[in-house]
Write a protein that binds this ligand. Structure first.
Ligand code: ADP
Ligand code: ASP
Ligand code: MG
Length: 406
């Protein structure tokens, strides 16, 4: 007997018919003799709808009330699945985040899970009851409902699996695994049988939304096995594993993209000690996360242009902050541009091979695509380009690194 946490995403619980299919999948695992806990998302589109309602009330909202609104989507699906399971003769009950509870910190709208109480679940699971748990939500130290950031039910599932000591955490979604690139854009993308935690972490944080970044972080920390698989087909998916479990290491395992990028250029900043601190200090105080940075050497040593990227959501705040501190920083003007995309190639094989970045630059040059900013780490190379070339760049790079499906 294995203990398994099954997580079903938005499309998988998109309507009553699909929820009934999910109930059959849960029952099939129980019939194989396994002990099951389920974590669900809201119906697809529902969380977007709820966020839209909050935004209609005005853009400067109280994040605690945002959480209380957007957490409601999951309450509907867990109740419906518990009913569908009961119809199949399976003992089941729904659990909201606060009922377990999932304790989180108080950073509303992007809270982190700190601890989960599973004593009651353990007791009930031993009697054969299936807990159907709401993903994406918890309760903060202020006794208010919190949510974990978009895509957060993956993290709920992995955290619950770790707390329950589950043998596996199966993430059911609308694709049959993790691909070399987003299969909706790169039709030649290939499904990976295995991917390392580290590569999955990079892919997720660089934009591949098939798993939330924090879910991978948590799985890595607790050594929790994850499988990503389809809720529509019955076949094995992708296992996220330790590096030692992969014999044939690919040079590049995947190519990710993120459209959630904006570029800011400060024109003619003085080239003197302390300027970077004068720019990035206030941005950090304003909770703006800065990602890629380039600074040109100045001609004659007086002034230089400095370019960096932030998320689109932070753009307005970043520009306002820089304008407020313009006297301390000293620059001529600010340019900003949100028609950019970050494309990244990821692979643990890069550690031991040179030339990966060069192949990226040559491939983009051949397509006439201009690179605006570059950043690298041990296992990834990222470039910022004009958003208009997203598909072209992804497909060309996919071919250039030999990733295309046969
Ligand atoms: P769910 O609602 O099940 O959580 P998501 O929409 O959050 O599903 O994540 C699944 C989607 O992730 C897929 O439909 C796919 O378009 C996208 N995706 C992006 N990059 C990848 C990748 N490398 N492999 C698989 N899917 C990817
Ligand atoms: N329903 C939430 C969202 O859409 C959580 C999730 O689907 O993982 O972001
Ligand atoms: Mg998701």
């Amino acid at each position: 007997m294995a203990r398994i946490v099954q997580k079903f995403g938005g499309t998988s619980v998109g309507d009553v018919e699909r929820i009934k299919i999910v109930a059959l999948k849960v029952k099939a695992e129980i019939d194989r003799g396994n002990e099951i806990a389920v974590v669900l998302s809201a119906m697809s589109g529902e969380t977007n709808r709820l966020v839209g309602l909050v935004n209609e009330m005005g853009s400067l909202y109280d994040a605690r009330e945002y959480d209380s609104v957007v957490a409601t989507g999951e309450q509907v699906t867990i109740g419906l699945l518990a009913l569908a399971l009961q119809d199949l003769g399976v003992s089941a009950r729904s659990w909201l985040g606060w009922q377990l509870p999932f304790h989180t910190d108080d950073v509303h709208a992007k809270a982190r899970i700190q601890k989960i109480d599973v004593d009651e679940l353990n007791k009930r699971m031993k009697t054969g009851e299936v807990p159907v748990v709401a993903g994406f939500q918890g309760i903060g130290p202020d006794n208010r409902i919190t949510t974990l950031g978009r895509g957060g039910s993956d993290t709920s599932a992995v955290a619950l699996a770790a707390a329950l000591g589950a043998d596996r955490c199966d993430i059911y979604t609308d694709v049959d695994g993790v691909y070399t690139s987003d299969p909706r854009i790169v039709t030649k993308a290939r499904k990976l049988d295995r991917i390392t935690y580290e590569e999955m972490l990079e892919m997720a944080s660089l934009g591949a939304k098939v798993l939330q970044t924090r879910a991978v972080e948590m799985a890595m920390k607790y050594g929790q096995r994850i499988q990503v698989l389809s809720s529509f087909e019955d076949k094995p998916g992708t296992l996220v594993v330790d590096e030692e479990e992969i014999v044939e290491k690919e040079l590049v395992s995947g190519i990710a993209y993120s459209r959630d990028e904006a570029k800011i250029t400060l024109v003619r900043v003085s080239d003197k000690p302390g300027v970077a601190a004068a720019i990035f200090g206030p941005l950090s105080d304003a909770s703006v996360n800065v990602d890629m940075i380039v600074q040109n050497e100045s001609v004659g040593g007086k002034a230089t242009d400095l370019t960096f990227t932030v998320t689109q959501a932070d753009l307005e705040r970043a520009v306002k902050t820089l304008e407020k501190h313009s006297d301390d920083i000293g620059y001529e003007k600010i340019h900003s541009d949100d028609n950019v995309v970050k494309i990244s190639v990821v692979g643990v094989g890069m550690r031991s091979h040179a030339g990966v970045a060069q192949r990226m630059f040559v491939t983009l040059a051949e397509k006439g695509i201009n690179i605006q900013v570059i950043s690298t780490s041990e296992i990834k190379v990222s470039v910022l380009i004009d958003e208009e070339y997203t598909e072209l760049a992804l497909r060309a790079l996919h071919t250039a690194y030999g990733l295309d499906a046969a």
